[in-house]
Design a protein around this ligand. Structure first.
Ligand code: GRG
Length: 318
């Protein structure tokens, strides 16, 4: 392991007791099902119908958006709102905006000019069905749609529309999501340092997860300390999420993942498993998740859903 390996500095945070709402154990499956269904209904309402002219682009946008994604980012957004005492309804435009940005990034990432993938979310990729030109435009359409949807939020005493738009634009822009993708592309086939790998993970994955929970907090007009805590939580969950994603890429089948497994090795991408091995990677992901739990302390037990989601993301198998 390189001497500068960034997570060497991270000591395992003390394991926190799983907090309960006082109403018995938290039922994550039920929570995920209900929130995912609510997000799907809202996305369906926010998007132009498949028949809206020009129908090809709206069919293509909807094809990837409703292809069976896990909806982790929007559910995290709603859970963050609830942790701050808010409701899911005011958070919903922001949750849907994040999912549109995420889906756009997947469509573009799958293009021949980038990762060149045939399967995503268990289905043929967008360009395989609609052709490359329409797939580029479907991604563009979803990215733009995200801001139109976000603009439908109310605005709150502590957070204006301007704050919301800036939060989304920064996470999706050329210093974060796009920067991560650029570094990822440029790192292919090269031996990159652990610090460079962390740079990629922070931007390609963590930035949008962090943005999701912060937007949820904003929709509840949360206090500054809560917003900071949510950012800290999202950052660490995002890093853990990417390490688990890299582990799954080498341990699961394409059928299990709904996308081509083993892509990182084929594309000669540096990953945690390739640098430190599977066991150490799992340990680092667990430590990062502990850091995420620690960030939730400020909520004093109201963030049970966020806590359960972080644990679920660590233990997921797809
Ligand atoms: C094209 C600007 C641009 C960015 C692409 C998102 C991305 C950057 C690349 C996709 C590949 C990748 C490994 C991204 C990191 C984030 C990640 C693990 C995405 C997959 O997220 P899931 O598992 O996907 O939540 P679903 O399909 O369930 O929504």
């Amino acid at each position: 392991m390189p001497a500068e390996f960034p997570y060497n500095a991270i000591m395992p945070a003390q394991r926190l007791p799983r907090r309960s709402s006082g109403e018995g154990p938290f039922d994550l499956r039920r929570y995920l099902d209900s929130r995912t269904a609510a997000v799907n209904r809202a996305l369906d309402r926010f998007l132009p119908t498949a028949g809206t002219k020009p129908a090809t682009i709206h069919r293509a946008m909807r094809y990837s958006l409703f292809a069976g994604g896990k909806r982790l980012r929007p559910v995290l957004c709603l859970a963050a709102a609830e942790a701050c005492g808010g409701a899911i309804e005011p958070a919903m435009p922001l949750a849907c905006a994040v999912e549109c940005i995420h889906t756009y990034s997947l469509i573009h990432d799958d293009l021949p000019a980038m990762d060149n993938d045939d399967y995503r979310r268990g289905k043929l990729t967008n360009h395989k069905v609609f052709g490359e030109g329409i797939a580029v435009l479907a991604g563009d359409g979803l990215l733009t749609q995200a801001f139109e949807i976000a603009a439908q939020c109310r605005g709150w005493p502590r957070y204006s529309h301007r704050d919301v738009v800036r939060e989304l634009a920064e996470a999706a822009g050329s210093l974060q999501l796009i920067a991560g993708q650029v570094a990822d592309l440029e790192g292919e086939g090269k031996k990159i340092s652990a610090a460079q790998l962390r740079y990629i993970h922070e931007r390609k994955t963590s930035a949008l997860l962090r943005c999701s929970v912060r937007l949820g907090g904003m929709s509840a007009n949360c206090a500054a300390a809560q917003l900071d805590a949510l950012g800290d939580f999202g950052y660490h969950v995002g890093l853990a999420f990417q390490i688990i994603d890299d582990i799954l890429d080498v341990t699961q089948t394409s059928e299990q993942l709904g996308k081509t497994a083993g892509k990182d090795v084929t594309a000669q991408k540096a990953t945690y498993p390739s640098i430190v091995g599977l066991e150490k990677s799992r340990k680092i992901a667990a430590e990062l998740t502990e850091r995420a739990f620690a960030a939730l302390e400020v909520f004093q037990g109201t963030a049970v859903a966020l806590e359960a989601l972080a644990e679920y993301l660590l233990k997921r198998d797809r």
